[in-house]
Design a protein around this ligand. Structure first.
Ligand SMILES: Nc1ncnc2c1ncn2[C@@H]1O[C@H](COP(=O)(O)OP(=O)(O)OP(=O)(O)O)[C@@H](O)[C@H]1O
Ligand SMILES: [Mg+2]
Length: 262
């Protein structure tokens, strides 16, 4: 078995004194498409920030490629993983092409000019996320869905082996949701490890190879979609009664909530 690229080792995460995630241990399997699911405010974004080295654990540690993430320079981290935060704010006036080009900064060296390779990476990222036509537009003038795809392009331009995305399909219409998930699937098939926070359990069940279900800062279940997406687990995690039936298109588990209308 290949070593996990990322491991949370007894990590406790807190803001000031308030503990959000306590003593959390799990691996992101190498080459997986891992989905993190769980109710609002259970600590998913907090966990992703810590996994990206942006939040130092109060206890325990995050281990990236076998090394404590705190021991790595920001540049070393950024060459290994890219993060799409849940809410990203673009600098005022920046164009799409300029923002996506920022994904290349981690590859720049002092005295090294912008290269053909950088140009290619940006062009590929714009094309893969279907935003090439928006290249000269200001990011602040885009629709929510267009902006979301531009941020994904920036992370892709970084060309890291590990990609963390916090709710990458928010703001997207159903067709663009599928486009983004299919793109992540292709990147995963080509060898990248993908970790995505997803609220849509049916997306997680269809696309992920590994699912981590969180509740109140703890992992309640982890494993394949068939292991995690069950009526019992959905009830334990979300307090919602559902039927889990085979997705008529793919056969993966599909969650259908009970009718709870009064
Ligand atoms: N910067 C911060 N300072 C203090 N508390 C925070 C901060 N960010 C998040 N929290 C709190 O930590 C808890 C977990 O938040 P987090 O954003 O990790 O949840 P989440 O699982 O991503 O939720 P959602 O599904 O709504 O995005 C919440 O109670 C939130 O209010
Ligand atoms: Mg969140």
């Amino acid at each position: 078995m290949t070593a996990p690229p990322l491991r949370s080792q007894a990590a406790t995460l807190s803001y000031d004194k308030r503990v959000i995630v306590e003593d959390l241990t799990f691996d992101i399997p190498a080459g997986s498409f891992t989905a993190i699911i769980g109710p609002n405010a259970c600590g998913k974004s907090t966990l992703l920030r810590a996994m990206a080295g942006l939040l130092a654990p109060a206890a325990g540690q995050m281990i990236l490629d076998g090394k404590g993430i705190a021991s790595l320079a920001p540049r070393e981290i950024a060459q290994r993983l890219g993060l799409l935060p849940q809410t990203a704010i673009a600098p005022e006036g920046i164009t799409v092409a300029e923002l996506v080009a920022r994904g290349r900064y981690v590859h720049q060296r002092l005295l090294r000019q912008w290269s053909a390779e950088d140009r290619q990476a940006v062009d590929d990222a714009l094309r893969l996320t279907n935003v090439t036509e928006l290249a000269d537009r200001r990011v602040e003038h885009l629709s929510g869905g267009q902006r979301q795809r531009v941020w994904i392009a920036m992370v892709l331009a970084q060309q890291t082996p590990l990609i963390l995305l916090d709710e990458p399909t928010t703001y997207l219409d159903i067709a663009h949701q599928m486009d983004v998930l299919n793109l992540l699937h292709e990147l995963n098939a080509a060898g990248r490890t993908i970790v995505a926070v997803l609220h849509d359990l049916n997306h997680a069940a269809r696309y992920a190879s590994h699912i981590i279900a969180m509740k109140a800062g703890k992992v309640l279940a982890a494993g394949s979609p068939a292991q995690v997406i069950t009526a019992a687990t959905v009830s334990a995690v979300f307090g919602l009664e559902t039927e889990v039936i085979p997705d008529p298109v793919t056969g993966n588990p599909m969650v259908v909530p009970h009718d709870t209308r009064a």
